[in-house]
Design a protein around this ligand. Structure first.
Ligand SMILES: Cc1cc2nc3c(=O)[nH]c(=O)nc-3n(C[C@H](O)[C@H](O)[C@H](O)COP(=O)(O)O)c2cc1C
Length: 369
């Protein structure tokens, strides 16, 4: 499972782990893959703390950071989080506020305790994402990835000057070509099966399309990968490695809540939907009473990014506090159907590598005699 990209990044196996959890980052990198910390949910100060922890606990192994800078957002920007937040609040229609209030009453969700506030996720606002980038460059990262487009040119140039590889997710061949024209080094071809923000084209179709569209650029296969057989399939399609997100959510090191874990373990591959109800862009998650309410043709439907998340921030915090697992936002991909036990990252990595070897040997054996 060693490809060129492994040498470039100093890793043993071409397995990349997207995760919001620093313990998973450290465990994957120590097991020979590359842990990549998702920064979007952290304030800049929190990100600094997480990266300091990783530096102290990763045993000198390489790791990366993932930021979320949308190529387009609903016309808001600003230097600091507070003014951004105020701008966004002013753009939210009253009908949408009323709809959320009515859902809270309908589902009987208690108010937040006094003094507790929910600000929503601002990590995808350019000002905040830039602060994430500045902090990340203060640490020995080997890779910076962007979820929603190519990072701006100055960030790509800065990464290259610091010897850091730049990766970007792509859900279409045109996105991949644009990334490469913008100077991105690694394209993550993420198929529709994936958890979180995702497009419409399945991994099986997308990966070879992207590999052919960007000759000479390493491509990682993502979306629906949770076994060594699926990694082998991604490599057979022309990828240089696999980028996995959902699988790590059900590991011992993950910070997943007990309710989320319970739902991963019971869900089948039919239980996810793509919905705009959390961020305003389609994100794959477990279907819930909440996703159903937002897809109801009688309702107002979700707003764009970043309005929808700010609109629903307090509701989401109230739902999380209520521990109502039928209503919570639980992003995960279709591979959830194979997430049937909670295991340490080291064991998961061991199985992925071994199953990959078995699959490749089985296919090679078919060529002999
Ligand atoms: C809970 C969750 C949150 C995610 N958040 C991000 C994110 O902030 N940035 C990003 O680049 N990708 C994000 N992704 C997508 C992953 O990077 C990855 O492409 C995807 O999980 C791969 O498909 P899989 O879920 O089938 O493994 C997220 C995925 C999940 C499951």
């Amino acid at each position: 499972m060693r490809t060129e990209i492994c040498d470039q990044l100093g890793i043993e196996y071409a397995i990349f782990a997207f995760t919001h959890c620093r313990d998973v980052v450290a465990a994957v990198s120590k097991a020979g893959g590359l842990g990549v910390l998702g920064a979007v949910g952290f304030t800049p100060d929190q990100l600094e703390t997480e990266l300091n922890w990783i530096d102290e606990n990763i045993g000198g192994k390489p790791y990366g950071v993932d930021i979320v800078m949308p190529a387009t957002s609903a016309g808001v920007d600003g230097a600091d989080a507070e003014s951004l937040y105020a701008q966004i609040q002013a753009m939210i229609p009253d009908a949408h506020r009323r709809f959320v209030d009515e859902l809270m009453i309908k589902f009987d969700i208690p108010e937040l305790p006094e003094g507790e506030q929910a600000g929503g996720v601002l990590g995808w606002a350019e000002g905040v994402a830039r602060a994430h980038v500045d902090i990340s460059f203060g640490h020995p990262i080997k890779l910076i990835a962007n979820a929603l487009g190519s990072p701006p040119k100055d960030i790509i140039d800065r990464a290259h000057a610091e010897g850091v590889k730049v990766a970007a997710l792509a859900g279409k061949a045109q996105h991949a070509q644009r990334h490469v024209n913008n100077g991105v080094d690694i394209v993550i071809a993420q198929g529709s099966e994936a958890g979180g923000h995702t497009g419409e084209i399945g991994t099986m179709v997308l990966v070879p399309e992207i590999v052919d569209a960007v000759p000479g650029t390493p491509v990682l296969a993502a979306g629906g990968i949770g076994t060594g057989r699926q990694i082998a399939a991604g490599m057979a399609l022309g990828a240089q490695g696999a980028w996995l997100g959902s699988l790590w959510l059900a590991t011992t090191e993950s910070s997943s809540s007990p309710e989320h874990l319970e739902r991963y373990l019971e869900a089948t591959s039919s239980d996810t939907v793509r919905s705009k109800c959390y961020t305003g862009k389609p994100a794959r998650q477990l279907r819930s009473v909440w996703t159903d309410a937002w897809s109801d043709p009688e309702g107002p439907g979700p707003l764009g990014m970043p309005l929808q998340n700010i609109l629903t921030a307090e509701a989401n915090a109230r739902i999380a506090r209520s521990h109502r697992k039928d209503l919570q936002f639980i992003p995960v991909g279709q591979i959830v159907g194979q997430m049937n036990s909670v295991r340490p990252v080291r064991d998961v990595m061991f199985d992925l590598v071994n199953e990959y070897i078995e699959a490749v040997e089985r296919l090679s054996a078919g060529l002999q005699g």
